[in-house]
Design a protein around this ligand. Structure first.
Ligand SMILES: Nc1ncnc2c1ncn2[C@@H]1O[C@H](COP(=O)(O)OP(=O)(O)OP(=O)(O)O)[C@@H](O)[C@H]1O
Ligand SMILES: [Mg+2]
Length: 366
C-alpha cells in the first residue's frame, strides 16, 4: 500500500479543486507541478518537477495508490516509462494511457470519432495545400495536432492566399486541416464513465471571448447522447469534458474532449448536486458515482488583469450580488490568466453572474 490515496499530474486549479473534494471525503493527496506553491500545492503536498519527466511521475506512482491528471499534454511515453520504473500497474492511472494518447493528438481524436460514427468535423493531416483545398474546402480550420489550448494553435482560413501565407507554420508538419463549422452555439457536457456506469451532467452553453471561455450556463438542449458517444469513442474510463458545436439545424458535432475536469464544469460546484470534482475523485478511487442534479447555475471566469490590486476587494464587491459564490485559485496575476471564477445560482443566473463579475473587476482592477 502506498502512503497517500490520490496523486495528480499537474498542480493547477483543476487539481486544487479535485484535491479539496477528495479531502472532504478523507483522502490524502499529492500533486506534481513544475512551479512551487502551485494552486494544488497550497492545499496538499506538492512535488516540484517537470510533468514530462518519467522520474518525477514515477515518484507520484510510488507514493499514491491512484493517479490522475489535470491536463492531456503529458506524453504517453513518459507515463509508460514512469509506470515501469515505479513497478506500478497501469490500471492505477485514470484515464488510461491509450485513451490519453488518442486525445492528445487532435487528428487521432478526429479519426476515433469518424470510426465510431460520432459527428465531428472532417479532418486530415495538413501536408499539401492543394490536397487540403480539394478534400476539406474553404473556409477551413488549421490546428496544431499536439499541445494547443485556449485557441493557441488554431487558425481559421478563408482563402487560398491565407492558407499559403500560413505555410511557414503548418509547413513544418504536425498540423491538421478540418472543415469549418458555421455553428449556432458552442456547448459543453461533462461525461463520466466507469466500468459500471456511464452518464452525463447537464448540457451547457459556452460563450468564448478571445478563445477563452467567458460564460457557461444551461443550454436548454440535451447533447448528452453525442457527448457520451465521444467519450466511448476515445475509450478509457474517467471524467471527460466534451466541447460541442450546435449546428444551424440544431444537430450536434463534437469539437474536442478533455479527459479530466473542465472549465465548463465549474458551475457544478454550486448547483447543489455532486460537483465535477467530487465525481472525478469518485471515479479515480473506484467509488459509487452520483447522479448529477441541481439548480441552474451560470459560471463566469475571472481573468488576470494588468495593474490589479488585492482580489479581496473584488471578492467583497462580487458578493454584494445575491446567490453568487466565488472561487479563487491562488495564482500569480497575469493578464488573461484564469485566476478564479464565480457562480450565480438560480433564476436570472446569467444576468447576476455578469453583474457580479462587473463589480469584481471594478473593485479589483479599476
Ligand atoms: N472546425 C471548427 N469550425 C469552427 N470553429 C472552430 C472549429 N474548431 C475550433 N473552432 C473554434 O476555435 C475554438 C478553439 O478550438 P479548439 O477548442 O479546438 O482549440 P483549443 O486551443 O484546444 O481550445 P480550448 O483550450 O480553448 O478549448 C473553438 O472553441 C471554436 O470557437
Ligand atoms: Mg476547445
Amino acid at each position: 500500500m502506498s502512503s497517500l490515496d490520490l496523486g495528480f499530474l499537474g498542480g493547477g486549479q483543476l487539481a486544487r479543486m479535485s484535491i479539496m473534494a477528495a479531502q472532504r471525503m478523507g483522502f490524502t493527496c499529492l500533486s506534481l507541478d513544475p512551479t512551487p506553491n502551485s494552486p494544488a500545492a497550497q492545499v496538499a503536498e506538492g512535488v516540484v518537477g517537470a510533468l514530462a519527466d518519467p522520474l518525477a511521475i514515477a515518484e507520484v506512482f510510488r507514493r499514491c495508490d491512484r493517479v490522475t491528471l489535470e491536463n492531456e499534454f503529458i506524453p504517453g511515453s513518459a507515463i509508460r516509462e514512469a509506470i515501469l520504473r515505479a513497478g506500478a500497474d497501469e490500471s492505477r492511472l485514470m484515464p488510461g494511457v491509450a485513451c490519453l494518447e488518442t486525445i492528445q493528438d487532435k487528428l487521432r481524436q478526429r479519426e476515433a470519432y469518424a470510426r465510431s460514427g460520432v459527428p465531428s468535423p472532417h479532418a486530415l493531416a495538413l501536408r499539401d495545400a492543394d490536397q487540403a483545398l480539394d478534400r476539406i474546402g474553404l473556409p477551413m480550420v488549421l490546428k496544431a495536432r499536439f499541445g494547443g489550448y485556449d485557441g493557441k494553435g488554431t487558425r481559421t482560413v478563408r482563402t487560398r492566399e491565407e492558407l499559403a501565407a500560413l505555410q511557414g507554420e503548418w509547413g513544418e508538419g504536425g498540423w491538421l486541416a478540418e472543415t469549418f463549422v458555421p455553428f449556432r452555439r458552442e456547448l459543453a457536457v461533462m461525461v463520466f464513465r466507469s466500468p459500471l456506469r456511464t452518464g452525463a451532467f447537464s448540457t451547457m452553453e459556452t460563450v468564448q471571448t478571445d478563445h477563452v471561455c467567458d460564460l457557461v450556463f444551461p443550454a436548454g438542449v440535451d447533447a448528452s447522447a453525442v457527448a457520451i458517444a465521444a467519450a466511448e469513442a476515445v475509450g478509457g474510463f474517467g471524467l471527460f469534458g466534451v466541447e460541442l458545436f450546435e449546428a444551424q439545424d440544431g444537430s450536434f458535432l463534437v469539437n474536442e474532449i478533455a479527459p479530466r475536469p473542465h472549465n465548463t464544469g465549474h458551475y457544478s460546484l454550486d448547483g447543489g448536486g455532486v460537483s465535477q470534482f467530487e465525481q472525478h475523485v469518485r471515479l479515480a478511487m473506484g467509488l459509487p458515482l452520483a447522479e448529477p442534479t441541481g439548480r441552474p447555475v451560470c459560471m463566469a471566469n475571472l481573468l488576470g488583469r494588468a495593474g490589479a490590486g488585492d482580489f479581496r476587494h473584488g471578492l467583497a464587491a462580487a458578493l454584494t450580488v445575491p446567490g453568487v459564490h466565488l472561487h479563487w485559485y491562488g495564482k500569480e496575476n497575469r493578464a488573461g490568466r484564469k485566476m478564479g471564477h464565480l457562480n450565480a445560482v438560480g433564476e436570472g443566473c446569467v444576468e447576476r453572474a455578469v453583474e457580479a463579475r462587473h463589480r469584481f473587476y471594478k473593485a479589483w482592477a479599476p
